[in-house]
Design a protein around this ligand. Structure first.
Ligand code: NAD
Length: 284
């Protein structure tokens, strides 16, 4: 098993930024790449602000924040990731996009480097099979927001080597996270349960059973959820929620996973939630 020193992160959206931050805070050198150079810049600014806030709250020292910042580097191309020991893909939830990313990064990576995907739902076995190193491929499913949420779901594909699986567990623990191991079935454990619940909340709105406020207040005060399901959908991103429902619907062939037409309509309108300023709530 190689020692992980440098981690490449592909996709500088909300998850890629969070994973980069916790890796840098835990002593890893981090290279962050996105097809959009602006996304990388924006993420690095967001991470810096996040670290400054932690210093203000006295959760970390100024020296620790400074060294975490010094370990974070932008990557201008996938080629810049060539010396990484582990590459974590956290790009858009789309199998073709992820396959293309792994294909291009594998052309530059050393053979002993590991690959991980932060996918919310897509088969790790299938993603791994499309690379040159299925044995060194694993699912590391971080939760949002990464710096706060304690869990990393570990998904072992059918070809994942035991040493890769052990690396995944050890790596997640080195970030201060707790692990839960899931078998490689559509949407694994957390999203197999969570996303259909959100989809049902959207059906409840669609059928006029309750307003956005009534649904969210109902689940917060009636079921003790910290966030209402529609607020949570906006937080996750409605495109990601829809992508996960489609993976469940296609993968398990059961009509109970049919994405709500209102969810489809919101995504078609570009109302993707908090990240674009509009979803079930208006953040502008
Ligand atoms: P996001 O929309 O915030 O960010 C996705 C990023 O990927 C964008 O910056 C985009 O430019 C980039 N990207 C797209 N195609 C690319 C390519 N070919 N090369 C490089 N970069 C590319 O999405 P997110 O919420 O950060 O989700 C990312 C991944 O994490 C998805 O697989 C998602 O399912 C998973 N995930 C999301 C959550 C959540 O709550 N949002 C939680 C756990 C896991």
């Amino acid at each position: 098993m190689i020692t992980i020193k440098t981690v490449g992160i592909i996709g500088a959206g909300q998850m890629g930024a969070g994973i980069s931050q916790v890796c840098a805070q835990s002593g890893y050198d981090v290279l962050l790449y996105d097809q959009s150079a602006d996304a990388v810049k924006a993420s690095l600014v967001r991470i810096e602000k996040g670290l400054n806030r932690l210093v203000e709250k006295e959760a970390i020292s100024d020296a620790d924040a400074q060294s975490a910042k010094a370990r974070l580097m932008p990557a201008g191309s996938v080629q810049d990731l060539k010396d990484c020991d582990l590459v974590i893909e956290a790009a858009t939830e789309n199998e073709q996009v992820k396959n293309a990313i792994f294909k291009s990064v594998c052309e530059h990576l050393k053979p002993e480097a590991y690959l991980a995907s932060n996918t919310s739902s897509i088969s790790i076995t299938r993603l791994a099979a499309a690379t040159d190193r299925p044995g060194k491929f694993i699912g590391l499913h971080f939760m949002n927001p990464v710096p706060i949420m304690k869990l990393v779901e570990i998904i072992r594909g059918i070809a994942t080597d035991t040493s890769t699986y052990e690396m995944g567990i050890e790596f997640a623990r080195s970030l201060g996270k707790t692990t839960a191991v899931a078998e490689d079935f559509p949407a694994f454990i957390v999203n197999r349960i969570l996303i259909p619940m959100i989809n049902e909340a959207i059906y409840t709105l669609y059928e006029g059973v309750g307003t956005v406020d009534a649904i969210d207040t109902g689940l917060k005060l009636g079921a003790n959820h910290p966030m209402g399901p529609l607020e949570l959908a906006d937080f996750i991103g409605l495109d990601t929620v829809l992508a996960v429902m489609n993976v469940l619907y296609d993968g398990l062939s059961d009509s109970k996973y049919r994405p709500c037409p209102l969810l489809v309509k919101y995504v078609e309108a570009g109302w993707l939630g908090r990240k674009v300023g509009r979803g079930f709530y208006d953040y502008r």
